[in-house]
Ligand binder design. Structure first.
Ligand SMILES: Cc1ncc(COP(=O)(O)O)c(C=O)c1O
Length: 419
């Protein structure tokens, strides 16, 4: 068929984009079961969590909720009682001054970011062009191709801090964070995909202050954060100010198949999001909103995340670090690990790696190990950063036996690369 890939739109949506390759690899690996899946960010399938939602689905099926769930277009903003239940939880749990008018539902965080970035940045009515600024590269691969206008993103390279505990940690280089009239918003994921970093409360407070001073929003992508799924291994303060936009998703707590997320922000933004969502989809999928509503209402979402989900990932992260250190020591091969503070990932650096991160990814794929090469995460920089060719992201969310075997092969392959 001629013509469908000639438009600017089709080219901006990037046939060559990293996220398409990643999700394609992920989907095939999950379906076929013949790869060691340490690539995409599929959450673990946790029996206790699946059981909670199985029961909840059963109670929906046994009541008239089912009729509503499958038969009704909810308003574009989302189901009113689910939104009110979330607002009430956030008021009570975090003392946020937040109402239903501050929250919209979208078809997953990915859709939320597509709408947010293009609502805020790109060509403006006055002829200027605005951008989204990522204060700390590397950032989430899924943002990279979301701009409907070219040149939508700028990013700041990280400061690298080496701790006594053998880990390194990326910090925001505030000296290089330049905000001028061309910046529409700041955006960070916290915990960060791909590194497992958690920006400190001080860093977030400084970003919030900079956003305030410049009269622009600070977007906090809370895909792994509080109160759900709470895959965050230290005490931090979730932030909400009149200038912050916080996204929350049901995916990483175990419901990626429902494609449901919530965006919290100023009422005018929420109206714009709802309107854009309506133009794209009329309404959201009801399944996730119905499944989660009673867990918001009775607050059981909090204990599910705190007592089941977080400890599982904390254990898997520690295990994966031990296996990595053991395997690389055994093969006498250098590896540096970003301090795992949350999310589902380890970010590994192989100093002076003699091949590109993409070539390493290909070699591992040939040995049935899926990881994600580092260079996909460094978009928006004015010049290449050395870590993009020395790093890769691996997820530890899948079965421990898969992760252990994947790490064994990884260490062996990296050893061969250095020989
Ligand atoms: C940081 C981050 N933001 C957003 C998303 C989008 O997730 P979803 O669309 O499933 O909510 C992901 C998915 O991996 C992510 O890691």
């Amino acid at each position: 068929m001629a013509g469908f890939n000639e438009s600017t739109f089709s080219n901006l949506l990037g046939p060559q984009s990293g996220i398409i390759e990643l999700m394609d690899d992920l989907g095939r690996a999950m379906a076929s079961g013949d790869m060691l899946m340490m690539g995409g960010g599929n959450p673990a399938i946790i029996p206790e969590v699946v059981e909670v939602f199985r029961k909840r689905m059963q109670s929906i099926l046994d009541s008239t909720e089912f009729d509503q769930m499958i038969s009704v277009y909810e308003p574009p903003q989302g189901n009113a009682s689910t939104i009110e239940a979330l607002a009430s939880l956030l008021r009570e749990h975090f003392a946020w001054d937040i109402q239903a008018e501050n929250i919209a539902v979208t078809g997953g965080g990915q859709t939320a970011f597509f709408l947010l970035f293009n609502l805020l940045a790109g060509p403006q009515q006055d002829g200027s062009h605005k951008k989204i600024l990522f204060p700390l590269a590397p950032e989430y691969i899924g943002y990279a191709n979301q701009g409907l206008a070219p040149e939508l993103f700028v990013a700041v390279p990280p400061l690298v801090e080496y701790g006594d505990d053998g880990f390194f940690k990326y910090k925001i280089d505030f000296d290089r964070l330049q905000i001028d009239d061309s910046i529409a918003a700041l955006c960070v994921s916290r915990p960060t995909n791909p590194t497992g970093n958690v920006l400190t409360d001080t860093e977030v407070a400084r970003l919030a202050e900079l956003a305030d001073t410049n009269g622009i929003p600070l977007i906090i992508d809370n895909a792994y954060g509080l109160p759900f799924p709470n895959i965050i291994f230290q005490e931090v303060r979730p932030v909400w100010t009149p200038n912050t936009i916080v996204t929350m998703s049901l995916s990483k707590l175990g419901l990626p198949g429902t494609r449901t997320a919530f965006v919290a922000g100023p009422p005018e933004l929420i109206q714009a999001m709802s309107g854009a969502n309506c133009i794209l989809s009329l309404a959201n999928n009801n399944t996730g909103q119905y499944l989660i509503r009673s867990l918001f209402e009775d607050r059981s979402i909090l204990s599910l995340c705190q007592d089941i989900i977080r400890p599982l990932y904390q254990t898997r992260a520690n295990q994966a670090v031990d296996w990595l250190r053991g395997a690389f020591q055994e093969t006498n091969t250098p590896v540096e690990i970003h301090r795992p503070e949350g999310a589902l990932f380890l970010w590994l650096r192989f100093p002076d790696l003699p091949i590109t991160s993409k070539a390493l990814h290909e070699r591992l794929k040939a040995r049935r190990v899926l990881v994600v090469p580092g260079y996909y995460f460094f978009f928006g920089l004015s010049e290449p950063h050395p870590h993009e060719q020395q790093c890769l992201r691996m997820t530890y969310s899948q079965e421990p036996s898969v992760v252990q075997e994947g790490i064994r092969i990884l260490a062996d392959e990296v050893r061969q690369v250095y020989v």
